[in-house]
Design a protein around this ligand. Structure first.
Ligand SMILES: Nc1ncnc2c1ncn2[C@@H]1O[C@H](COP(=O)(O)OP(=O)(O)OP(=O)(O)O)[C@@H](O)[C@H]1O
Ligand SMILES: [Mg+2]
Length: 453
């Protein structure tokens, strides 16, 4: 249900000239008095009149754009706005074949379909769509059909055609492929899509904002504060306010490269098919905090291979948040999946516990403990220098959005410790720099496994 919309206090209503009739009434007498003047039936009907509640920037812009891109801060109402646009397009008969595309299938289900601002919640009860998870399908009251896709399975978007698409959180996609494939199939009728995302300078986002067929709407978290839980506001504002990242996460600004960062986007090159690999390792920056809550630190898990051509190839970023046993299992899974020679883990924080936890899962792994004897900057700089050299001496087999965002936004000495970058730095150092950097490397633990390399 969306009755919470009826609580918008006057101080966050749009300027008078842009207010809807309901917003004007609320501005005049207050939300409570206005609602009290309605019958229950009127209230129920009004709850589903999006045009009465939407802020002007949440209503479809005029013009003949093909992509409406909403690039706004956390909690601005991106998902709700997109869902309401889909609903309006269905009601108007313009949307009959719809693609719903999220980072993972679970994101599509939990946020875009079943979420509080999702498709099932925003249609009036009599028109409630029917969702069949096993068929990845939502059927609407007009007969329109929506299919679930995700950035994890880009191949599913090869072939099917659509007249309408909703892409949620594009900047977090695992690669750009799903979005690229979607574009090829967006060709029924007069196709249009809505892309809602927190702005991050990843390839697809940067390309879209400069596309003449895109209408970009921007906005800040603060604009929607009347409709956000106080705990959410406290949490995101405490985390980001006053930081450069806050410009992205709260103000919805698309940042370019970050001054002082050791990596720039242009230094990252992609080679989808690496040559034969001489060595492959899993590099781990363990987290010592416990639990799987948001507060648990990320455990950086990055897989790097050394090609016969002498270049390093970043093969995977399996970083996750979780308890030591959770990440240890993931590390061992990566070790086997990529047929690695060794696991390298930083042990500054966890000491013997790191090796113990890994060996609890698999006692046979070849393991090297590395201990930082110099700061993060002197460790990371030689690795970023390898990325900078031409030809690029470190390449990625696909875009690793989160890793690359950390690489390109981390300024040594500022902000959170970047776990993915730490893992990457250990991995590339082990493969490319270890011999040369023996003096810098710090103490290296004994090779403790008897298994063959
Ligand atoms: N104009 C509005 N009137 C009333 N409620 C609104 C309005 N805009 C958004 N909301 C509500 O605000 C809440 C947050 O919206 P939504 O989840 O769409 O934000 P978001 O920008 O997608 O957030 P996130 O960054 O977490 O993905 C939801 O409950 C949504 O229904
Ligand atoms: Mg959202």
């Amino acid at each position: 249900m969306v009755t919470a919309t009826a609580t918008a206090p006057p101080d966050v209503l749009p300027p008078a000239a842009l207010q809807s009739p309901v917003q004007r009434a609320i501005a005049r007498v207050g939300a409570e008095a206005f609602l009290a003047s309605l019958t229950t039936r009127e209230q129920a009907i009004l709850a589903y009149q999006w045009s009465e509640w939407a802020r002007p920037s949440q209503l479809p812009p005029p013009g003949d754009w093909t992509t409406w891109m909403i690039m706004a801060g956390r909690g601005w109402g991106k998902t709700r706005t997109a869902a309401e646009w889909i609903r309006a397009r269905i009601d108007a008969g313009e949307a009959r074949r719809i693609a719903l595309v999220g980072r993972t299938p679970a994101d599509v289900r939990d946020v875009m379909i079943e979420g509080e601002s999702g498709l099932l919640a925003i249609f009036p009860p009599a028109q409630r769509p029917s969702y069949e998870p096993s068929k990845r399908r939502v059927t609407f009251h007009t007969g329109a059909l929506a299919t679930v896709y995700s950035s994890e399975n880009p191949d599913q978007l090869r072939g099917p055609q659509h007249d309408t698409a909703w892409v949620d959180e594009l900047a977090t996609f695992k690669s750009g492929e799903a979005f690229d494939n979607l574009q090829l199939g967006l060709r029924l009728g007069e196709p249009r899509q809505i892309v809602a995302t927190t702005p991050k300078p990843v390839r697809n986002v940067r390309e879209l904002v400069t596309d003449p067929d895109t209408h970009v709407t921007t906005g800040t978290t603060y604009e929607n504060r009347a409709n956000l839980a106080p705990a959410f506001i406290r949490q995101v504002i405490r985390r980001y306010e006053g930081t450069r990242l806050g410009q992205q996460e709260l103000e919805g600004l698309l940042l370019d490269d970050v001054p002082g960062a050791l990596w720039q986007r242009a230094m990252i090159s992609y080679v989808p098919h690496p040559p034969d690999l001489i060595r492959t390792i899993v590099a781990v920056d363990p987290s010592v905090s416990d639990g799987e809550s948001d507060r648990a630190a990320e455990c950086g898990i990055v897989v790097v291979g050394l090609g016969v051509d002498g270049y390093a190839y970043v093969l995977a970023d399996w970083t996750l948040r979780g308890s030591p046993l959770t990440w240890a299992k993931k590390v061992i899974e990566a070790y086997h999946h990529f047929e690695c020679d060794r696991i390298v883990a930083e042990v500054n924080n966890g000491g013997a516990l790191v090796e113990f936890t890994l060996r609890t899962v698999d006692p046979t792994i070849p393991y090297r403990a590395v201990r930082a004897s110099v700061g993060k900057r002197p460790r990371a700089e030689p690795v970023s220098a390898l990325y900078e050299q031409k030809p690029r001496r470190v390449r990625h087999v696909e875009p690793f959005v989160d890793l690359e965002d950390q690489m390109c936004s981390w300024v040594p000495g500022e902000g959170d410790s970047p776990d993915r970058v730490d893992a990457l730095v250990w991995g590339v150092t082990e493969l490319m720099l270890r011999r040369r950097r023996r003096g810098l490397r710090g103490r290296v633990g004994p090779r403790t496994s008897g298994s063959p390399r």
